[in-house]
Design a protein around this ligand. Structure first.
Ligand SMILES: NC(=O)c1ccc[n+]([C@@H]2O[C@H](COP(=O)([O-])OP(=O)(O)OC[C@H]3O[C@@H](n4cnc5c(N)ncnc54)[C@H](OP(=O)(O)O)[C@@H]3O)[C@@H](O)[C@H]2O)c1
Length: 282
């Protein structure tokens, strides 16, 4: 099955990126699957992808990979799925400038740099779909997730702005806003936590113990967790509908907080978010 459309996806080593890459390949897309570790690139190649190394913290890696892919497609790229990212958990008081810098280099600056490399290609070919994998935490904040919340709020801001700036072009932008999805997200968040947060000397030491239990818990840690196929469905709509939606909610918590955010005052919403995010407890 071939549908003649191609797409570049970041963060295909696991979770949502891996699932969406396979799902689109199975639907006939030419998928350029990218990952930052060479071992993952080799594995993806062995699985039949045209796989490339792309580290979002590294401009050279972004540019080299885009050049390689465009050379293979005669400078044509129908779609971009910005997906590769991680969450750094920890209280805002415990976030160093370096920790924040790495979080934003990956989750924000890399995404915008890559997007800005692709937009001229899409303008030239008079067609393009750009899909940003944001989060429910891109519009509803939760305690101990400040760095990640801020990175996803930033992605929402950039995407809303870009949508206005590209309004008169045939390029459509969509945000996907998942709640809990099965992936390696918590495993990778734990690694970032261990690397950047000095839990032992923190005022939040007790809360971190509960948080670490949640991050280490095998299987789903939150109610209403969905498999990554739930995202694939929305990505396919954003790629194939004549009118891609600006926002795709995925999972019950996203619908719930989207609704509550519209009807509640900030102080009322804070009470619910405080409880939902573990508040002072994790
Ligand atoms: N799972 C959820 O509950 C959930 C909810 C809302 C939103 N999301 C969003 O979904 C997206 C995918 O996450 P996931 O849940 O599938 O988690 P995941 O299994 O941890 O996958 C994250 C992917 O991002 C890649 N990545 C991390 N840093 C990178 C870098 N510097 N350059 C390139 N790739 C990098 C990872 O590569 P490595 O293997 O090399 O680390 C991995 O391929 C993220 O944008 C996340 O914010 C997830």
């Amino acid at each position: 099955m071939i549908n003649n459309k191609n797409i570049l996806i970041t963060g295909c080593s696991s979770g949502i990126g891996y699932c969406v890459a396979h799902g689109l390949k199975d639907s006939g897309y030419r998928v350029f699957a990218t990952a930052r570790a060479q071992a993952d690139v080799d594995r993806l190649n062995a699985e039949g992808f045209e796989a490339f190394q792309l580290d979002l913290t590294d401009s050279k890696s972004i540019n080299q990979t885009v050049d390689q892919i465009l050379a293979l497609t005669n400078n044509h790229l129908d779609a971009l799925f910005n997906n590769g990212a991680y969450g750094l958990p920890g209280a805002v008081e415990d976030l160093s400038r370096d920790a924040l810098r790495v979080q934003f280099e990956t989750n924000v600056f890399g995404w915008i740099e890559l997007t800005n490399r692709i937009i001229p290609v899409m303008r030239k070919q008079d067609y393009g779909r750009i899909i940003m994998n944001s989060s429910v935490l891109g519009f509803a904040a939760m305690a101990y997730r400040g760095a990640y919340n801020a990175s996803k709020f930033a992605i929402e801001g950039f995407t809303d702005t870009l949508r206005l700036e590209l309004k008169d072009t045939p390029i459509q932008l969509s945000l996907i806003e998942p709640g809990p999805i099965t992936s390696k997200f918590r495993q990778n968040a734990k690694k970032a936590f261990d690397q950047f947060i000095d839990a032992e000397h923190s005022l939040h030491k007790e809360q971190y113990k509960a948080m670490e239990r949640r991050l280490n818990k095998p299987g789903p840690a939150a109610p209403f967790t969905l498999p990554p196929e739930a995202i694939l469905k929305r990505v396919i709509h954003a790629l194939e509908s004549n009118n891609a939606k600006a926002r795709y909610y995925v999972t019950v918590p996203t619908y719930l907080f989207g609704y509550l955010k519209r009807i509640l005052t900030t102080s009322m919403l804070d009470k619910i978010l405080h409880k939902a995010g573990g508040g002072g407890k994790r």
